[in-house]
Ligand binder design. Structure first.
Ligand code: 13P
Ligand code: SF4
Length: 335
């Protein structure tokens, strides 16, 4: 058995991962932005909401989270009795880093009585200061679940917040945070590239280019029935069911692997091929093997923080995605 996946075939790598996972009673969860080998070896691949639900429902005693730190922390909050491992502790998130618990406490003090809605891309400490969490697939439903007369602080993603404002017709107080990968996606050429009637445009709500796309929509330069704002899981479901033959995809490019699996006879092109999250790509096959072999790196959340964050995360998990923003329950490979 070779231990260097870079030199191994995928089958040899996958066999060793499966053997170790069985031995360690581990389930492997992977986000849609992971590198193809990690996606293909995982027990379950999905978007943030599907992965949180899967972590909460898992019967394995260990969860190896192939994603970024806030995702592993969320799994630990939902499954406190399980061992949660993240193969690289440096796999962070620029969006989650855009607000601290201290900043949130100061913001709350300016708006006493406001309901705090936190995107799941936040630290456990920020979740503990929040009333309810959301992901890109249920943010609209989460805001709709809050009485109309309540003020809402929505954090940390300003583009997702603006999308929720448009969908719900409500005015939110928005934190001015952004994901450096999605904010930088360049919409140049979108109108021309989407002109073909067989092409559909799928845009993640964290993207800075959503505003340009929606302006083009309002001008009639993009057809409404072929322009969708979707979570990554929603994109996978849409790829399988939409009649279009070609898709322009505005999000992190790791999703292309899942899209091509879901609809192998259709064509998928990134709107911006440079949209690559350096944190998601830190999880390599070598690090996954090491994580399984050595039990590293264990994620812990102080019990008092976890207890407060759990209320907000459990509310998020209970609220389903809106039709149109819907993701599938994830793609199970071996279940
Ligand atoms: P979803 O997969 O939930 O759409 O979120 C994308 C994301 O930003 C993960 O970092
Ligand atoms: Fe964070 Fe953006 Fe990377 Fe997602 S793509 S993990 S939001 S930095």
């Amino acid at each position: 058995m070779r231990t260097e996946p870079a030199a191994a075939t995928f089958e040899v790598f996958a066999e060793e991962v499966r053997r170790l996972a069985r031995e360690r009673d581990a389930v492997i969860l992977a986000h849609n932005y992971q590198v193809p080998w990690i996606q293909d070896v995982a027990d379950f691949v999905g978007d943030s909401l599907a992965l949180s639900r899967r972590a909460a429902a898992s019967e394995a005693s260990t969860i190896v989270f192939c994603g970024v730190h806030f995702m592993a922390e969320t799994a630990k909050i939902l499954a406190p009795d399980k061992r949660v491992l993240l193969p690289d502790l440096d796999a962070g998130c620029s969006l989650a880093a855009s607000i601290t618990a201290e900043q949130l406490r100061a913001w709350k003090a300016e708006h006493p009585g406001a309901v705090v809605v936190a995107y799941v891309n936040t630290t456990a400490e920020v979740k503990a200061e929040s009333d309810i969490c959301c992901t890109s697939s249920n943010a609209v439903d989460v805001v709709r679940s809050i009485p109309e007369d309540r003020e809402i602080l929505f954090l940390p993603d300003l583009f997702l917040g603006a999308h929720v404002e448009r969908e719900t017709g409500r005015t939110l107080h928005l934190w001015m945070g952004e994901c450096h990968v999605h904010a930088a996606i360049d919409p140049a050429g979108l109108r021309e590239r989407a002109a073909d009637p067989d092409t559909e445009v799928m845009i993640h709500p964290e993207c800075g280019c959503t505003t340009t796309a929606l302006w083009l929509l309002s001008e009639g330069a993009l057809p409404a029935e072929r322009t969708k704002v979707l979570s990554t899981g929603g994109m996978v479901a849409e790829a399988a069911r939409a009649p279009a033959r070609r898709f322009l995809v505005a999000t992190e490019t790791g999703i292309l692997h899942q899209l091509r699996r879901a609809a192998p006879d259709k064509a998928f092109e990134p709107l911006d091929a440079g949209a690559v999250c350096p944190y998601m790509k830190m999880i390599t096959p070598e690090k996954l093997l090491r994580s399984l072999r050595e039990g590293v790196h264990e994620i812990t959340v102080p019990p008092q923080i976890a207890a407060r964050a759990r209320r907000a995360v459990e509310r998020m998990v209970e609220i389903g995605p809106t039709a149109g923003s819907a993701g599938p329950p994830g793609i199970p490979y071996r279940e």
